[in-house]
Design a protein around this ligand. Structure first.
Ligand SMILES: Nc1nc2c(ncn2[C@@H]2O[C@H](COP(=O)(O)OP(=O)(O)OP(=O)(O)O)[C@@H](O)[C@H]2O)c(=O)[nH]1
Ligand SMILES: [Mg+2]
Length: 219
């Protein structure tokens, strides 16, 4: 899928449409439950009322935060959520998918966060069951809609420093992107609970938002 990520072309096509409707671009934050989405949104907004928690399933609603240049959208997690029936989990996933489809033309970037250590274990478990791992399904879904991804490999404090490159290259392979990982500008290793990686992610968000606006003729 990496070869087909022609976002420039997409933005250009959208320009005409958006000359009429000049809404602020959105930046969505997606990922499984408990990967650190709200930790990230808290860091970005400085808002202490945003709940983060040890158990999966803390955020159950889609929350939008005005960041000035764009709207940051905190999403509930998809996948397992503590104490929630499967039916509710499915409903939440449907809401996320619906939101992304409905607003696809307004979304300048998607910050997809993974818990790097459990990512491998979960992907293998799903594959073993013959299912498409939900993280990979989400990445495909976003890039199929031609939304520019920023993949945050979070909780890198759980990985030994000398294994970082091999682990990040492994993620690339799962995403069907040729290693080495650092040639793909959309992958950012992070330790969000310590604020590490946040500046790099901010930079990438602003690059995408500004390009999106420029090509849409906003400002
Ligand atoms: N070890 C480690 N833990 C982290 C890191 N970032 C966040 N966490 C912890 O992971 C847990 C979940 O964080 P949240 O930000 O609530 O995760 P979320 O993705 O919003 O979870 P849901 O709302 O349930 O979908 C919290 O206990 C955080 O402190 C990190 O870089 N390293
Ligand atoms: Mg949350």
């Amino acid at each position: 899928m990496c070869e087909t990520m022609d976002f420039f072309e997409r933005y250009k096509n959208l320009k005409e449409k958006y000359e009429e409707k000049k809404t602020k671009p959105k930046v969505i934050v997606v990922g499984r439950s408990n990967v650190g989405k709200s930790t990230f949104v808290r860091l970005m907004t400085g808002r202490k009322d945003i709940r983060v928690g040890k158990k999966p399933g803390v955020t159950l609603k889609i929350n939008e935060y005005d960041m000035g240049e764009y709207i940051l959208v905190d999403m509930p997690g998809f996948g397992y959520m503590a104490g929630l029936p499967k039916k509710v989990q499915e409903k939440i996933k449907d809401e996320i998918v619906h939101y992304i489809e409905e607003h696809a033309d307004e979304i300048a970037a998607a910050v997809q966060i993974i818990d790097t250590k459990s990512f491998f274990e979960i992907v293998e478990r799903w594959k073993g069951r013959g299912e498409i791992p939900i993280d990979l399904e989400m990445f495909d879904f976003i890039t199929d809609l031609k939304i520019s991804p920023i993949l945050v490999a979070n909780k890198m404090d759980k990985i030994k420093k000398e294994e970082w490159d091999a682990v990040l290259d492994g993620i690339c392979e799962y995403l069907k992107c040729q290693p080495p990982w650092h040639q793909w500008k959309f992958i950012v290793p992070a330790i969000l609970k310590e604020g590490k990686g946040i500046e790099e992610i901010k930079k990438k968000i602003l690059e995408r938002v500004r390009l999106f606006k420029k090509l849409r003729g906003i400002e």
